[in-house]
Design a protein around this ligand. Sequence first.
Ligand code: GLU
Length: 461
Amino acid sequence: MTEAPRCRFAPSPTGFLHVGGARTVLFNWLFARQRGGSFLLRVEDTDLDRNQPELVDDILRSIEWLGLGWDGEPVHQSANRDRHLEVAEALVAAGHAFWSGWQPAQGSGPPERRATDRDAGLGPGEGRALRFRVPDGGATTFTDLIRGDVTVGHADIEDFVLVRANGTPMFLLANAVDDSDMAITHVLRGEEHVNGTPKYLLIQAAMGPTVRPTFAHLPILVDEQRKKLSKRKHAVAVSDFEAKGILPEAMVNYLALLGWGPPDGIEVRPLAELVELFRLEDVNSSPAFFDVKKLEAINGDYLRALPVEDFLGRVEPFLEHGERSRPVLRELGAEVQTRVRTLADAEGYVDFLWRDEPEIDEAAWAKALGRDERAAPMLDATIAEWEAAPLDVDALKAAMERAALAAGYVNAEGGPQLGKAQAPVRVALTGRTVGPPLFESVVALGRDRTLARLREARRRL
Ligand code: GLU
């Protein structure tokens, strides 16, 4: 048995926890948990200009919401600043770093890699940064569990900055020192860090004996156009999905599928099974499509699996008009539960029952009424039938079948095409194409309101 791993998630609090970060959390968590290791949290809050303390709360809260607890107290990187500077000084003393006023030329020629003043013996001073003395020859190689061996020649790495001219440690230095001090054995992080890894390893090697971690750089997330997900263009904050009524267990399940899949192809399964099955080596290096529709479909599966009382309890915080929607949901809860994809959808399935008029979804109207010339005769025939039919589910259904035949909704065997024929009636009554079962809804709505809505839709057509 190999030694238990020590993993960490190291967010910079410059934004909300987004789905890419959450996937990184999950893969670290799965990997650590399946091997009896530790999963630590380190807030990389050294960039004081871009850092927003309230975002730390959002990040920690989102991780808790996902149910992916961490071990011990979160480490705040800013508290380690003296230690970062101490290592910087030791690197100078050992000849691995030097003070430099060099500014790489910004021209079109081949990039300059070596500071022109690396051997000038300068001390700290105005406008001088501390740079790493990258070896002239050789290369740094590391094994990435997802990408295989990665080798970068030292000739391609510039004498990079460790401490800025203003005295603050750079990300690379703080990151490598903290991982070393926390004895991190496995660094699982986003692909954007792969190019910085050789520098990280040069720093650690220069620090002397240390735990040299194994790396795994997780594939980027892209949208349906294969464009990288961006915080500016896409709604990607975990808290946005929470606000939309995605269940944390569905979110976690879906995140596990971003770059990985269970060997038997069964994608919807509890976290305990994911812990068993997850294999970091099987994570794909190509970009993973973040598919909101699939997330919502999986969420629908999780919603349907809840006991109805539990479902109603979870819907509760999402009700805007609880006093009116609650009684209807009590009636139709099980029907709504089988149809919704998010908790926030639920109220929209029943609000037609208490609103004076349904809120018409224009896309639904266009589809069910606007583009089907049978819609008008269907409404006319339904009005005529339902004016006389007894107000019970079977009678309403039989009456509607007659209306469907009269309006031309006829299948190959000459019977009524009830599903198609229901669409214009449903939109007229509820404003939407999906909702609770139609005839139960009509009973709940009552005859007068039903007929008034059908007539209003007919007038509008
Ligand atoms: N603070 C870095 C980030 O938020 C993470 C670095 C790492 O995981 O090593 O991207």
